[in-house]
Design a protein around this ligand. Structure first.
Ligand code: ADE
Ligand code: ZN
Length: 353
């Protein structure tokens, strides 16, 4: 048992556990904001912007969300993002996410965005960043959510293209807290982006990378040792390598795990077979996240509820650990973390006593 979990947490009924999962303050550290585009909003933006879609209706689009692996998802995800053209579109997308996140008890959200998906279609970097940044400011002032942006490089493209993207983003440096690495993992190891991550670090940006979602444990090692990341996104395949697990535990390296995503992309056959309990038992700093909630069937709370329902060994102690890990692993200022951690303890004192 983790020493900082409150002593003697009782076994709660499903209803009480669900209420606790909702009420506990938590951070979402792995959400691709383009993956929060619901089919209804895709169609509304397509109409507003005069963009033709390959699907005749919202229902037909939703029915296409039957993925066999990461690439089969990415093909549809990039097509969905093609409706985003103007600053207001990026604002509307992020604002819709923040409203959902508040209902789920999210107090801090660090949003991934994929500028190359937009700039390669002629959308100015300014429209992307300024629309998202405006939504982040409004999330703070109107919803009380602390929000920040992490620019992801698309790993199926070249490192030179990533350098161009970083340069294009630097005029908006004040709106960006870090860089990440996403898109097709297999065949695109972290080493490919060593120099651009080093350059991002020189600019004081935080560093994260997807690794060990579909790719091998070797990609997690190189994300740590070559890219020098501060969090691993996914990382679930680490359990295949005992010395890697020891390293991750020794470094208290956060893993941003996304259970519904893992099942939808066939990384695990079902939530009941997810390795989350084993990751926790190994002492790893696991967090739960939604990845691309509009495509994978649930926002953050739904990830918690479905995962806890499918894995009955997870109860109030695991809920506390996951929420606390998420707050501590965020890139938020220390005084915010202290406040949220106190609120977390209050929530458990009220709802799990
Ligand atoms: N881009 C959006 N979602 C992703 C995921 N789960 N893995 C890699 N790239 C992504
Ligand atoms: Zn992801």
């Amino acid at each position: 048992m983790n020493p900082s979990v409150p002593a003697a947490l009782p076994i709660l009924s499903r209803e009480k556990l669900h209420a606790l999962l909702r009420a506990m303050p938590k951070a979402e550290l792995h959400i691709h904001i383009e993956g929060s585009l619901e089919p209804e909003l895709i169609f509304a933006l397509a109409r507003r912007n005069g963009v033709a879609l390959a699907y005749p209706s919202v229902q037909a689009l939703r029915e296409a969300y039957a993925f066999t692996n990461l690439q089969s998802f990415l093909d549809i995800y990039y097509a969905g993002a093609s409706v985003l053209l103007h600053e207001q579109d990026f604002f509307d997308m992020a604002w819709a996410y923040f409203v959902r996140a508040q209902a789920d008890g999210v107090v801090r959200a660090e949003l991934f965005f994929d500028p190359q998906t937009h700039t390669d279609r002629g959308v100015p970097m300014a429209a992307v960043v300024q629309g998202l940044a405006r939504a982040c400011r409004q999330a703070h002032s109107e919803l009380g959510i602390s929000a920040a942006l992490i620019l992801c490089f698309l790993r199926h493209l070249s490192e030179d293209a990533a350098f161009v993207t970083l340069e294009q983003a630097l005029p908006y440096r004040e709106h960006i807290i870090g860089v990440g690495l996403d898109s097709s993992e297999k065949g695109h190891p972290p080493e490919k982006f060593a120099r651009v991550f080093a350059r991002a670090a020189e600019h004081g940006l935080h560093l994260v990378a997807h690794a060990g979602e579909e790719g091998p444990p070797a990609y997690i090692w190189s994300a740590l040792d070559v890219l020098k990341v501060q969090r691993i996104d996914h990382g679930v395949r680490c359990l295949e390598d005992t010395s890697l697990v020891q390293r991750l535990a020794a470094d208290n390296m956060p893993l941003t795990v996304c259970p519904l995503s893992n099942v939808k992309l066939c990384v695990f056959p079902a939530l009941a077979q997810h390795n989350l309990p084993a990751l926790l038992d190994a002492g790893l700093c696991v967090t739960l996240n939604s990845d691309d909630p509009a495509y994978f069937g649930g926002y953050l709370l739904e990830n918690f509820v479905q995962t806890f329902d499918a894995l009955p060994q997870l109860g109030a102690p695991a809920a506390y650990t996951l929420a606390r890990n998420s707050l501590q692993a965020s890139f938020a200022p220390a005084q915010d973390k202290t406040r949220w951690l106190a609120a977390l303890d209050d929530t458990f004192a009220r709802l799990a006593a």
